[in-house]
Design a protein around this ligand. Structure first.
Ligand SMILES: NC(=O)c1ccc[n+]([C@@H]2O[C@H](COP(=O)([O-])OP(=O)(O)OC[C@H]3O[C@@H](n4cnc5c(N)ncnc54)[C@H](OP(=O)(O)O)[C@@H]3O)[C@@H](O)[C@H]2O)c1
Length: 316
């Protein structure tokens, strides 16, 4: 069993950040610790990966741009606390890519320093052309993320997908990776993605889906359910654009009917209300945003009527 009980871990990780500073990171400040402790009152929901039955927490963490930082202690400290809070709050999925600059390395180093390696579900990608170049890149990612086994390896933006899927199928048989996936981030990739979903025994797809970009509802999400493929959702906030839309708008009072107390939770709960979705991976570099995101994984979800009201309520 790779994961420890997260409540046990949360006591451990929060305690250790309070009492020691062996990793050289700043401890969480007391307000943030209280937030993490409160966050542990209830676990976040989990959903099964259809191909194995293993369950995953419904909220994960993306690393594009946010984890592409240097070695400066100030930059690293907050990201370390983001990782600790992810685990303390019941999350585990972290998504990276060799395309994201230093992110894989930063994730690997911070997870090792904090002793979180056994608690993370590591997802990264292959993003190059050619079989040998792909193999080399994936081996490098494993070293950079400092994990003995990559949980999920995905073909980034379908680049040279058929060639890499051959390698990944073999790697899964050899236990070098646990799951195989493909990713894209806009509708331009959907037709090819649907074809690959029909052709290969994929464990995961990763696609964009948000209150503003709902095209995945047409074909990909139903197809994932039919083919029993787990779904990670990227760009749930449209890179942050959704928050700009509601800057002048108050959260409607009826959001409390589905245990929602922030715009972040509003946007994420809309996505999680779709049963084809396994896990949403918003990117953040801030502990308070991470905790807000995790809160979307607790409590009630919007009904179909709520979802229609949510869409109608969004400022254009
Ligand atoms: N083709 C692909 O495979 C592909 C493509 C795109 C993305 N992805 C993956 O998907 C992940 C998510 O997408 P994304 O990072 O592009 O966009 P996103 O998750 O839609 O938005 C990230 C932005 O939202 C802000 N944010 C996060 N939580 C917030 C909260 N609770 N309240 C207010 N602001 C919040 C973040 O800023 P702060 O740092 O200030 O919190 C950041 O600017 C990526 O990190 C990456 O891992 C994969």
């Amino acid at each position: 069993m790779k994961r420890r009980n997260f409540l046990q871990l949360s006591a451990l990780s929060v305690g250790s950040t309070l009492s020691s500073n062996s990793s050289g990171q700043d401890p969480l400040d007391s307000q943030e610790i209280k937030q993490v402790e409160r966050a542990n009152v209830a676990a976040i929901d989990r959903r099964p990966i259809p191909s194995s039955g293993e369950s995953l927490p419904v909220i994960g963490l993306g690393t594009w741009q946010t984890f592409d930082v240097g070695a400066e202690p100030e930059q690293r400290a907050e990201l370390s606390n983001v990782l600790k809070s992810l685990i303390a709050g019941g999350g585990s999925v972290i998504d990276s890519s060799p395309m994201y600059g230093r992110s894989e390395t930063v994730v690997g180093e911070l997870a090792e320093q904090a002793g979180l390696q056994d608690d993370l579900f590591y997802a990264t990608k292959v993003w190059t052309r050619g079989q040998q170049a792909g193999i080399k890149q994936m081996q490098r990612s494993k070293l950079r993320m400092r994990t003995s086994q990559m949980d999920l390896m995905q073909v980034h933006n379908l680049l040279d997908a058929e060639r890499h899927l051959e390698t990944l199928t073999k790697w899964k048989q050899q236990d070098l990776i646990r799951y195989v996936g493909i990713t894209h981030y806009h509708t331009g990739g959907y037709a090819e993605m649907a074809a690959l979903m029909q052709q290969y025994p994929l464990d995961f797809i990763q696609i964009n889906y948000s209150m503003l970009s709902r095209e995945a509802e047409q074909e990909l999400l139903p197809l994932a359910q039919e083919r029993k493929i787990a779904v990670l959702i990227n760009r749930p906030y449209e890179g942050g654009e959704l928050f700009a839309r509601v800057k002048e708008t108050e959260l409607p009072s009826w959001a409390s009917e589905f245990d929602c107390s922030s715009w972040g939770q509003f946007f994420l709960k809309f996505i999680l209300a779709n049963p084809a979705v396994t896990c949403v991976i918003p990117g953040t570099s801030k502990v308070h945003h991470l905790l807000d995101n995790l809160s979307a994984g607790r409590g009630k979800l919007p009904t179909q009527q709520h979802r229609e009201d949510m869409l109608a309520f969004m400022p254009s």
